[in-house]
Design a protein around this ligand. Sequence first.
Ligand code: SAM
Ligand code: SF4
Length: 339
Amino acid sequence: MASPSPLAPVPLVDRFQRAITYLRLSVIDRCDLRCTYCMPERQTFLPKSEVLSLEELHRLSLGFMARGVRKIRLTGGEPLVRRDMVDLVRALGRHIGEALDELTLTTNATQLAQHAAALAAAGVRRVNISLDTLDRARFAQIARRDALPSVLEGIAAAREAGLAVKVNTVALKGQNEDELPDLIAWAHGQGFEITLIEVMPLGVVDGDRFDHYLPLSQVRADLERRWTLLPDAHRSGGPARYMRVAETGGRLGLITPLTGNFCDGCNRVRVTATGQLYACLGGREQVDLRAALRGAQPDTALHEALDQAMAIKPEKHHFTIDRPGAPPALARHMSMTGG
Ligand code: SAM
Ligand code: SF4
């Protein structure tokens, strides 16, 4: 039997012995919404020339797969705002069942009605949909756009196309705090899993994050007064910790970057639409994959860049939102790194 080539690429493992098998790839920084906690109304977006082409995104993804990445999540900005998004999903979808276990996306669902069937046909099985309220006026306030009806159409189309839906909800003090039990009950009634997320101090927004930061420890205590929350050992490989709501029968996840650090099990890196790899959502450690891709020997350069990323991936993030008026932990918005 042939012995393995001495040049065979080795899996990605960082300094803390964490295997990196999950890539979150932002395909665009633009968005059709302006969620108040994510970006300011007048957000500056990248010129299109800076954004990776479909071919570059595909090549980059192949480089990750060659190093053992088995799951890719496409995100943004809003991934479905990118015109050739479905082409990218088709190209990557061909690797499902071989190099890839799963290809998925995170979307605000405003344009999902047009694309759900094509995504399912390309091999997508699950989508994460961000939804912070079911109240139209409130949605228009939080997202600064009156788009709830198209989001609900998108959700219905996803279901019709056979896509499993997970709802992601950012918990916001004074904005959707009073509605969280209704949102959870609604999601469970639809057969969807739902995960609540603490707001993170990423990028300058128009308001003060302190005003809307709601610790999930407090939300959990409130929910426990209403429902029986049963332990659930389910792990998605990500930061969420799960429980079952006895009364609804559904699964509830909590992502607590501020009140409960989860970095010891980190299995992922993030790449922006310009090909900047961020080794941690909460850190500045960065490797330029676009330069590698556009150099003379892209495949070799990409492998070297990924090795470099493993050498600089930090142990954990250090988010806090502990006083009014505090600057963000990082200048970078979540819409750049994709959340
Ligand atoms: N536009 C898509 C969407 O909203 O699903 C994908 C990109 S969005 C940046 C990914 C996720 O990040 C969304 O669930 C959004 O609610 C969340 N998000 C954005 N800014 C955040 C922040 N500062 N803290 C916590 N979550 C945030
Ligand atoms: Fe757009 Fe998603 Fe950010 Fe909202 S959270 S502004 S939908 S990128």
